[in-house]
Design a binder for this molecule. Structure first.
Ligand SMILES: C[S@@+](CC[C@H](N)C(=O)[O-])C[C@H]1O[C@@H](n2cnc3c(N)ncnc32)[C@H](O)[C@@H]1O
Length: 385
């Protein structure tokens, strides 16, 4: 059994150096909005180690968390997209990267006319632990014995609970640019769990990263240079999407996949991808007699709860699913059938998941529905039939 190198150590060393001098091998050319780059100092732009642009999927007023913010470029772009009523938090574990980002933050605030960005020190697979607070604790209680080591672990746990670096359910959009692949394999699942934890219900992740078309073999995973160069830790295209699903996300889709590989190593293609995934399908299901019709173009689709829907048929859904389907990314694929007599949320019964999948039109209209209308009343604006 081969042994993985100390991934985090290799990553820390490489990005400390890359904070001081630009490293071309770590950069995958990305076209950012030139108007938004104008407010950002050259030293930040020179140390661009991204592979995509999640910031173009943000909206005004949103609270955004950027994982592995580096010198802050994506945070500074995001700051302008979300505007003064929005907020941006960058998290990085590397002191040199944080120092550079913090050094330029006041200049960017001056250029854009407001200050809505802050940088925090943490590991993205452990977003509850504030490493600067832990540093302070360890300075006043240095580790000198096994006992003080165990006490430090307890203090770290206390910090996670009492003063989390990023609180649960507090973020509208988690973004990241070329960082998730750098997290060691044993922490990858925890990383996706952390992204899920910090998002508000209804929030979303928009993540740009590097993926491979085949699994990366052990020999390549043992190479620290390939690790810190965004190669060895890449998940496969399929594995990347599954990691979101396993963490509880829904509505997962590829926003961008560069078919031209960024790099090919021993026949394996590594390319940039941007994925969007939503949080919020968890929760109770109530029956309010609603139905949805999948419009196509595919003959059938399977949703994230394994419900299969054929094109053109009316499917019974619970109120929670009905409301989810009315929002992005589903809304354009469905028509929505409300019951003729609405069921108030207070009087709705729990949804029976064993009921037939299809909803007969009589269920939404009522068994005694007997209306006859004149032609023309059925069409938008009238007179079209
Ligand atoms: C490839 S650079 C990307 C930087 C930035 N997102 C950009 O677009 O230029 C990776 C960054 O992630 C940080 N990083 C890597 N692993 C990390 C981890 N586990 N926790 C926090 N930051 C991490 C590194 O320190 C570095 O700043």
């Amino acid at each position: 059994m081969s042994k993985l190198p100390n991934v985090e150590f290799a990553v820390r060393q490489r990005y400390s150096a890359a904070a001081h001098t630009r490293v071309d091998a770590l950069c995958c050319p990305v076209e950012y909005d030139q108007n938004l780059l104008a407010a950002i100092p050259k030293e930040v732009l020179d140390r661009d180690y991204g592979c995509g642009d999640p910031s173009r999927h943000l909206r005004r007023g949103e609270t955004v968390l950027d994982l592995g913010s580096g010198t802050g470029k994506i945070c500074f772009i995001a700051s302008q997209v979300v505007g003064p009523e929005g907020r941006v938090i960058g998290v990085d574990m590397n002191d040199d990267m944080l120092a550079l980002a913090r050094k330029h933050q006041p200049a960017v605030a001056l250029n854009v006319g407001y200050s809505n960005v802050e940088f925090r020190k943490g590991r993205i697979q452990d977003l509850a632990l504030d490493l600067e607070k832990l540093d302070a604790e360890l300075r006043s209680h240095p580790i000198q014995s096994a006992e003080s080591y165990l006490a430090a672990e307890l203090r770290a746990e206390e910090l996670r609970v009492r003063h989390p670096l990023v609180a649960s359910d507090s973020i509208d959009v988690v973004i990241s640019n070329c960082v998730l692949n750098l997290v060691e394999p044993k922490s990858k699942q925890q990383l996706f769990g952390e992204i899920f934890r910090v998002l508000k219900k209804g929030g979303r992740a928009v993540i740009s990263d590097i993926v491979s078309d085949e699994a990366v073999p052990d020999e390549m995973q043992n190479d620290p240079e390939l690790w810190s160069g965004c190669i060895s830790g890449a998940l496969t295209e399929e594995g990347f999407l599954s990691a979101f699903a396993q963490a509880g996300f829904y509505g997962i889709r590829i926003l961008n996949l560069h078919m031209n590989p960024w790099q090919t190593v021993r026949g394996i293609d590594f390319r940039a991808i941007t994925v969007e995934a939503f949080k919020g399908k968890q929760g109770a299901c109530f029956e309010r007699n609603q139905a949805v019709i999948y419009k196509g173009p595919f003959k059938e689709v399977l949703d994230d709860d394994d419900n299969r829907m054929e094109r053109g048929k009316r499917y019974a859904v619970c109120d929670k699913t009905y409301e989810l389907f009315k929002k992005a990314p589903y809304r354009e694929f469905f028509e929505f059938v409300d019951p003729r007599v609405p069921v108030a949320p207070e009087s709705a019964a729990p949804y029976d998941c064993q009921r037939p999948a299809l909803r007969h039109p009589r269920e939404t209209k009522g068994q005694d529905y007997d209306l006859t209308t004149k032609p023309g009343e059925c069409c938008d604006g009238g007179g079209c039939c």
